[in-house]
Design a protein around this ligand. Structure first.
Ligand SMILES: Nc1ncnc2c1ncn2[C@@H]1O[C@H](COP(=O)(O)OP(=O)(O)OP(=O)(O)O)[C@@H](O)[C@H]1O
Ligand SMILES: [Mg+2]
Length: 244
């Protein structure tokens, strides 16, 4: 299973999602181009996480259609083509796994659930930890890391997976300025390799360096397009009430 040549990384058409009695998304259509970083902006409760969860097959749409790399969501996920850093830190702080083991989890699409990781998997996990500046903490228990270090470990897991598409929900939360710059560098590198990222963020300071494209969301798509045209002071004031 591989991406369909020429297909966008993410294609969402007419997506409506109800969460309980709340209509979290209404008739959302958008594309994330391959080989680019697309940022997702919107106020609290505007549906950013819901949209990303739908892309990851974790909430069920009321209506609409999603394709990832030209494939149905389930197929793309099963093939390991998509990696994610969720907003709510899903790692149980008490869970007795090391930072290295978290990075190695990214290799599961290669090793399968039962096969032990081989040298190539270990090398990939090591390289990913090195890239996010956590190699020296590889033997630490994940629960003994700071919040920002834990998010870097989750990024390392994505890198180890060598996924075509990264879906990151506020990856900069709790991350210091130097690590945020590392995240931006890593995502730009992946885009240069033809991979794609869809990144929700409230961190306006990184937008210039990070974003090729932007989607402004407020339950539905308010604006979308090239970053320079979409992330104007006027549109950000209207959406978020702040100037960049
Ligand atoms: N588990 C849930 N059950 C019911 N409603 C939910 C649930 N999660 C989110 N919602 C509602 O869905 C809407 C969209 O929430 P969502 O988490 O997608 O917003 P968000 O843009 O990610 O916000 P934030 O910037 O705070 O992360 C909100 O009205 C929220 O209250
Ligand atoms: Mg959210």
């Amino acid at each position: 299973m591989s991406p369909v040549p020429g297909a966008p990384a993410v294609e969402v058409r007419g997506l409506t999602v109800d969460r309980g009695h709340v209509r979290a998304l209404e008739d959302v259509s958008l594309e994330v181009a391959t080989g680019s970083v697309t940022v997702l902006l919107g106020p609290n409760g505007s549906g950013k996480s819901t949209l990303q969860l739908a892309i990851l097959g974790m909430v069920t749409p009321t209506a609409g259609r999603i394709r990832l790399l030209g494939r149905p969501v389930r197929e793309a996920l099963r093939a390991g083509m998509v990696a994610a850093v969720p907003q709510a830190d899903e790692i149980d702080a008490r869970f007795p796994v090391t930072v290295r083991e978290v990075a190695l989890q990214g290799r599961r699409p290669f090793t399968g659930p039962f096969r032990r990781p081989g040298p190539a998997d270990r090398d990939a996990a090591e390289a990913a930890l090195d890239r996010v500046g956590l190699a020296h903490l590889a033997d630490r228990r994940i629960g003994d890391l700071s919040g920002g270090q834990r998010r870097r470990a989750l990024l390392a897991r994505c890198l180890a997976q060598e996924a075509e598409l990264l879906v990151l929900d506020e990856p900069f939360t709790g991350v210091d300025a130097r690590s945020e710059a590392v995240f931006v560098d890593v995502l730009r590198e992946l885009a240069a390799q033809g991979r794609s990222a869809f990144v929700s963020t409230h961190s306006l300071g990184s937008l210039d360096a990070l974003a090729d494209h932007a989607v402004l969301l407020d339950r539905t798509v308010v604006a979308a397009g090239p970053a320079a045209e979409t992330l104007t002071p006027a549109s950000l004031v209207r959406l978020l009430g702040v100037r960049p």
